[in-house]
Design a protein around this ligand. Sequence first.
Ligand code: ZN
Length: 440
Amino acid sequence: MTKQARTRTREMTDILIVNANELVTLAGNNQKPRVGKQMLELGIIRNGAVAVKDGRIVAVGKTPEITKLYKAKNTVNVGGKTVLPGFVDPHTHLVFAGSREDEFQMRIEGTSHQEILDRGGGIQRIVRETRRASVEKLVDSSTERLNTMLEHGTTTAEAKSGYGLTTKDELKILEVIQRLNQLHPVDLVPTFLANAIPPEFSNNPEDFVRLTINEMIPRVAEKGHAEFCDVFCDRGAFNLDQSRRILVAGKNSGLKPKLHADETSALGGAELAASVGAVSGDQVLFSSDEGLKAMAEKGVVATLLPASAFNITNNRFADGRSMINLGVPLALATDLNPNCYVENQQLIIALACHFMKLTVAEAITAATINAAHAVNRAGELGSIELGKKADIIVLDAPNHKFLGYRFGVNLVDKVVKNGRLVVDKEAARTEFRLLEEQEM
Ligand code: ZN
């Protein structure tokens, strides 16, 4: 074949990303979440390239090989930079009204949690404001947070209800999540969360558990507004038995179980996650070794939330290192909520490296492919492989080790979501430079 003929037969694609210093593919077995040493295998291609067509990844390899076979309407040269799959954030409380900055201040000043509650703070304040807020208002405030997530490289996020605590308000939040999913490039995975016992049921919590099981879960399932059922299993929220009943009821209605487990004490949440076959057990800060081993055996992902530990739980962090040694598959999430107000998975990776002793490679695996497993999307997301969704980020960094190492800034230069270039900081910078030149 002559050179010209070869050029003519190159297949047309939508986007070609070329010359990546490191193309971090995380290619591998997608059947099960990665454990142990598998979490170190990033599948890096040097001088890598990716071809994208109709929202999907159609080719991955070395730049000269890929450009020989493919051309594109838009070729993005990312020389010197690092390319990764978009981050998946598998645990967020995205939709809420109100904020808790005053309580943050009070905590710094040493005010006790009880005193904050006595002054009308805590989760109940957010519940009051969220109940009052309209769907439109919640869509607007959540959109702003989703924009921030996308700019920081998150292309798919789980989003929970849980600040309504009445059937009507829980359904309202799930409707907001559904609307956001239609309106915003970031894909959302909806979860119904039994988050707390509302004050009107504080004297008869069992009645609220019954309402959750007999009314909320069936209505949520009937509307098809949630994929997962989550429960806050902790002191002051739902006990182990109530949590089990809620998760089983969810399962019977077709909602896959997930749970907030052992955040402030070893209640047996990890054991429960394993025994109900949860997709993930989240936080697992005080979980027993037996519970963690049970999760490892069942392949339940432990979704760690280092920002929430950094922010509220007396700076005690889950022991990610021992969990990896026990064979527990780890994911990382922001836990974005009014009491842990962070959208940035890059910071989560830094915290996991510093305080949970994960290597950068392990933390990247936890924030991409294993996070995709934690929301049941590993067949579609979390790695740069043929046929997967074209959710790709470009980091302004020479290699993946800059994640965690260079922190407190946004390393994301570009985001391709569903095959479209939706964030391009370099283009904005060029515009800025042109403006400067004009002014001179
Ligand atoms: Zn949470």
